[in-house]
Design a protein around this ligand. Structure first.
Ligand code: URA
Length: 238
């Protein structure tokens, strides 16, 4: 939507007055002053007038228990199933907060609030995410130790992770390990386990900050309460 229309829809000013605000440098998009009247506002953009965020829609927040076999984006050029297929076709333009791989299941947040997304996904803020991984091989203190020391993945240093060995299957030569991390780099958990010689066979995210999937069956979603949204915000390290 064109920026002046966006501001008018949000009730800031008439379209003409909105244009004046834009030309006078009072409007920013994603923290950059925007004076281009032709700019098209996109889902996830943070638009501010005089430093105050403008929402065209009520911010909404959802939690989805993503099944395997869905990609975490709002559309797919290859026509694959996306998480949006599992959500209500409402008036809000919601989108996933970060990503889970196609073959990863578990807790995925979705929102129309760009600032919330930035806070949750920025590694600096360190919201903890807990994954349960079925890995090939026998996980033990020795081979998992590097995970707790802070590894470098794709040239980026990641913070030390915590783990718990939940099960070991000597016959099938696999282990179940829970891993708590702070960042959300592409394929991070798979890469971390691969780096210690334990390839991931199955992966699920079971916790995001203070929230878990209790009571939410695979493929189902629910709105987050105001309290849960503030709990997530509080989980962000300043
Ligand atoms: N780490 C991964 O490897 N995959 C995911 O989907 C999420 C975290």
């Amino acid at each position: 939507m064109r920026i002046n229309k966006f501001l008018a829809h949000a009730g800031v000013a008439s379209r003409r007055k909105a244009e004046e605000l834009i030309l006078s440098g009072k409007v920013s998009v994603n923290n950059v002053i925007m004076t281009n009247l032709a700019y098209q506002v996109e889902a996830g953009d943070r638009v501010e007038v005089n430093g105050i965020a403008v929402y065209n829609e009520e911010p909404v927040y959802y939690m989805l228990n993503k099944p395997r076999g869905y990609i975490s984006s709002s559309s797919d050029d290859k026509g694959r199933q996306t998480v949006m297929d599992l959500l209500p076709k409402g008036k809000e333009r919601i989108y996933p907060v970060g990503r889970l791989d196609w073959d990863t299941s578990g807790l995925l947040l979705l929102t129309n609030d760009g600032e919330f997304t930035n806070l949750m996904t920025h590694p600096r803020h360190g919201v903890e995410k807990v994954y349960i991984a079925k890995v090939e091989g026998q996980a033990n203190k020795e081979n998992l130790r590097p995970l707790t020391l802070g590894m470098t993945i794709d040239g980026k240093k990641i913070s030390p992770a915590r783990y718990e060995i939940m099960r070991q299957d000597k016959v099938k030569n696999s282990s179940l390990v829970s891993l708590t991390i702070h960042e959300g780099q592409n394929h991070q958990v798979k890469k971390m386990f691969a780096a210690v010689g334990l390839p991931v066979q199955k992966l699920s995210r079971v916790q995001y900050g203070p929230l878990n999937l209790e009571g939410l069956a695979p493929g189902r979603y629910r709105r987050l309460s105001k309290k849960e949204v503030s709990q997530l915000m509080n989980a962000v390290k300043q």
